[in-house]
Design a protein around this ligand. Structure first.
Ligand code: G1P
Length: 293
């Protein structure tokens, strides 16, 4: 049975929504509780049985590369101090998964970022994970999607319902529901105006794609925002093979905006025994702060 052993994580953007912090720290390295945002995506891939991570990055984001390297000095220090659980966390990070990097010289869009990973991916089905979309779930969303891929042998997009006024922030699908929460895609449009959206099913940053997507992307012209959009590439792929969409089990956060990151931080902290009691007390007695910001 064909399985999915590689994930492409596009992480080359400027992170303008988090300026000025992102002047010095890549957006993907901003902390979500006590892990950088990208760590959640890599963890999800690893927990889904994926062994190889291909990060598409850009110059100046070396902190991300350092993060996934072994750090023998830090390990020795934690060992000497008897900090076994921290030591295990640090070791897990570099041992279970192989991480490689590709530099995207120009920011030509998400479709372009995926296209330049073609050589690293090879002629196999693969996953794409957008690290801003952090998903809390019982079973990792990529694992849920890989199960479906094994059943159907075709590309699968994660989707969730979005309100009409927010559709222009998403790729929106036109689809026929073939079983509860599972759809055959008929068409897709990137960032439509509310009146043009074919449905309220928005694509969330998890994809399982067949390698034919590369050919489709090679022939995809710049679309919304003047960028080569993966959504347009998938619309092209649809001309030659079926594509499915799946309403995943889990709660998704958009950690790509300051408010979204705050909400994700609260939600993740509330799921942790070491942080939930203190946070609950704080939230129920929120002090009113007056000041310039
Ligand atoms: C990207 C995709 C879009 C998708 C979204 C999910 O958009 O282009 O189709 O719905 O991620 O987060 P972006 O958020 O990069 O504008």
């Amino acid at each position: 049975m064909r399985t999915v052993n590689r994930v492409v994580i596009p992480a080359a953007g400027w992170g303008t929504r988090f300026l000025p912090a992102t002047k010095a720290v890549p957006k993907e390295m901003l902390p979500l509780v006590d892990q950088p945002i990208i760590h959640y995506g890599v963890e999800e891939a690893s927990a889904s049985g994926i062994g190889q991570v291909i990060i598409v990055t850009s110059q100046g984001k070396e902190a991300m590369e350092d993060y996934f390297l072994p750090d023998p000095e830090l390990e020795a220090f934690l060992k000497a101090r008897g900090k076994a659980s921290l030591l295990a966390t640090i070791r897990d990070l570099s041992s279970n998964i192989q991480v490689t990097y590709i530099i995207q010289e120009e920011q030509l869009g998400l479709g372009h970022a995926i296209l330049i990973a073609e050589k690293a991916v090879g002629p196999e089905p693969f996953a794409v994970l957008l690290p801003d979309d952090v998903i809390q779930s019982q079973r990792p969303v990529l694992a849920q999607m890989i199960d479906l891929f094994q059943e159907h042998g075709a590309s699968i997009l994660a989707v969730e319902r979005v309100s009409r006024e927010r559709v222009s922030g998403y790729g929106i699908i036109d689809a026929e529901e073939i079983s509860p929460g599972f759809y055959r895609v008929r068409g897709l449009v990137e960032k439509p105006r509310p009146q043009d959206a074919p449905s309220d099913l928005g694509i969330v940053g998890r994809y399982i794609l067949t390698p034919r997507i590369f050919d489709a992307l090679r022939h995809t012209e710049p679309g919304a925002l003047g960028e080569i959009q993966v959504t347009d590439g998938i619309a092209r792929l649809l001309e030659s093979e079926p594509v499915y969409a799946y309403q995943f089990q889990g709660v998704r956060h958009d950690a790509g905006t300051p408010l979204g990151l705050i909400k994700a931080s609260i939600s993740i902290a509330l799921s942790r025994d070491d942080l939930a009691p203190g946070l609950r007390t704080y939230l129920s007695n929120l002090p009113e702060v007056r000041g310039p910001r």
